[in-house]
Write a protein that binds this ligand. Structure first.
Ligand SMILES: Cc1cc2nc3c(=O)[nH]c(=O)nc-3n(C[C@H](O)[C@H](O)[C@H](O)COP(=O)(O)OP(=O)(O)OC[C@H]3O[C@@H](n4cnc5c(N)ncnc54)[C@H](O)[C@@H]3O)c2cc1C
Length: 260
């Protein structure tokens, strides 16, 4: 395990903060790390920035993320990984669709794709304008930006998956990369199928080991940590667990909530 000092913290919204630290390891866009918060827990987090400086972006939802939010610059975290399979960035015209905190796991892919001279359009969705993440960073990196808010307070009024359907009907895309609530990703996959665009999705499940041994993140014969977290949509579309179930820490299958 690597131990890193938190070099900077950015408050992204009332429930989300980014934590930046020195990298010193290679990671592909879409891979995740296990973050150890001393004395509390170890939790999976997508890398929202990769390079000399690495970053994670944490939505406060429970005990561990609450403690993470209480950390200050100069304090230390433990890092295992990176783990899993990241995005396979192919084609010239890429559409990236992030719902809520899901955009965090996509940002590194956006930056790599733009650096590789691909045309990248990023559609970011959130409940309200206050909860939109990384809009300035997307514009700064040189990707096109589209915004959707459920309450219409900024950009398209409605789900970002509906906006994506409109955008797909107007342009030619080679590939879609998406991360967010599974109900949203299900709609995005369906749009991708309709317009014949290959879609990759990044999934989340409860994880313990992060490396395919313990089975905590079992998903219809796949392990999210090892076989994913990024999957080609064909690998997961139609699977019983997709957009339906997740597992609690005991391994019991429980219904997904609309926000999961
Ligand atoms: C590969 C991967 C990448 C992730 N990347 C990020 C990221 O970039 N930013 C981020 O904020 N979060 C990310 N997560 C989710 C994050 O790991 C959980 O939110 C965190 O473990 C919650 O810990 P907690 O103790 O604060 O909350 P808990 O007390 O454990 O849970 C609080 C609530 O969240 C639910 N929950 C916890 N984990 C999950 C999950 N995996 N799927 C659905 N519901 C869950 C619980 O059931 C409960 O309702 C990622 C998860 C995975 C598997």
């Amino acid at each position: 395990m690597l131990v890193r000092e938190i070099e900077s913290i950015v408050v992204e919204s009332h429930h989300t903060k980014s934590f930046y630290f020195k990298g010193g390891f290679h990671a592909d866009p879409g891979q995740f790390v296990m973050i150890w918060i001393p004395g509390v827990d170890e939790i999976p987090m997508g890398l929202s920035m990769i390079g000399e400086t690495m970053g994670i972006t944490v939505h406060r939802v429970g005990d561990a993320t609450e403690k993470m939010h209480a950390l200050e610059e100069g304090e230390k975290i433990g890092i295992r990984g990176p783990y899993g399979k990241g995005f396979d960035i192919l084609g010239h015209n890429i559409m990236v669709i992030g719902g809520g905190t899901g955009i965090a796991s996509l940002m590194a892919a956006v930056e790599v794709a733009v650096e590789q001279d691909r045309d990248v359009l990023v559609a970011i969705g959130a409940l309200t304008r206050e909860e939109l993440l990384f809009t300035e960073r997307v514009e700064k990196v040189g990707a096109k930006l589209e915004i959707a808010t459920d309450d219409g307070s900024k950009g398209f009024e409605g789900f970002v998956s509906n906006l994506a359907g409109e955008l797909l009907s107007k342009g030619n895309y080679d590939q879609i990369l998406t991360c967010g609530p599974e109900a949203m990703m299900m709609k995005v996959i369906e749009h991708g199928k309709k317009f014949g665009v290959r879609t990759q999705v990044s999934l989340e499940r409860f994880m313990r080991c992060g490396m395919g041994v313990c089975g905590s993140c079992a998903f219809d014969g796949l392990r999210i940590c090892r076989d994913g977290p990024v999957f080609d949509s064909e690998e997961v579309y139609g699977k019983e667990d997709f957009d339906t179930y997740r597992r609690d820490p005991s391994g019991k299958r429980i219904p997904l909530l609309p926000s999961d």
